[in-house]
Ligand binder design. Structure first.
Ligand SMILES: C[S@@+](CC[C@H](N)C(=O)[O-])C[C@H]1O[C@@H](n2cnc3c(N)ncnc32)[C@H](O)[C@@H]1O
Length: 221
């Protein structure tokens, strides 16, 4: 009898856990203010544990950073700062890590602190930097979480703030399995509308990446 009630309790906890997970995923899809932030806060440690040590994109990004030689770099949705050691190694002078999740930024600060790095939870559309301030903006698996109703404004903001924008985001042709809650935008069209074109592109595993910039090739490409 005791064993049966323990199993029911376990099943109940699992069900509540699953329902919470789905509720946040739906909130993320709908971009409900507050709930969306709580969703990312609730996932920050789990994301860091699963992907915080991933380095598969370092060689591609390192080559891009060497070519552009950015003085200033904005990493939107920087999460736990996975890419910061690469930026520091390549001697980027000013690194701004932005994320909607205070929890992710807290982990980023614990992992990697340096006078070159500034962390901010300021919403993307409210980032107050002069036009063209950043030599390079990095968006790695972030824009794919922003729904179609908001993506135009966000891309417009990135095109305003950055001279070049590196994207590694799910797109329609990616053979990715985890897709139902990812928004697969047409970045050529979105950045094209802001006067930026894809200067370089390639794949990392099954993931497509591109660098958008004004129609002038990167040095050496
Ligand atoms: C899959 S993780 C990627 C983390 C990091 N870019 C990396 O490559 O390791 C997605 C990150 O985007 C952040 N994020 C999601 N929507 C955002 C938004 N609208 N503005 C800023 N950050 C956002 C999340 O909090 C999370 O840290």
């Amino acid at each position: 009898m005791a064993r049966i009630s323990t199993q029911w309790r376990k099943a109940g906890r699992l069900l509540i856990d699953r329902m919470g997970h789905w509720r946040f995923q739906v909130a993320a899809m709908l971009h409900l203010p507050g709930t969306y932030k709580r969703y990312w806060d609730s996932r920050a440690r789990e994301i860091d544990a699963a992907w915080g040590q991933a380095r598969d994109d370092f060689p591609v990004l390192a080559e891009i950073i060497r070519k552009i030689a950015p003085r200033s770099l904005l990493d939107i949705g920087c999460g736990s700062g996975r890419l910061f050691p690469l930026y520091l190694q390549l001697q980027v002078e000013e690194i701004v890590g932005q994320d909607i999740s205070g929890e992710a930024l807290q982990i980023a600060g614990e992992h990697c602190s340096s006078p070159q790095i500034t962390l901010t939870g300021c919403p993307l559309l409210q980032l107050a930097y002069p036009a063209g301030y950043f030599d390079l903006i990095v968006s790695n698996r972030v824009l794919q979480h922003i729904p179609g109703s908001r993506i135009h404004k966000v891309v417009g903001k990135l095109a305003e703030l950055g001279k070049s924008v590196y994207l590694n985001e799910a797109i329609k042709d990616d053979p990715l399995g985890e897709t139902f809650y990812l928004f697969k935008h047409d970045y050529q069209q979105l950045f094209g509308a802001c006067g930026l074109t894809a200067m370089q592109q390639g794949t990392i595993g099954a993931q497509h990446w591109s660098v958008f910039g004004a129609a002038r090739p990167l040095p050496g490409s």
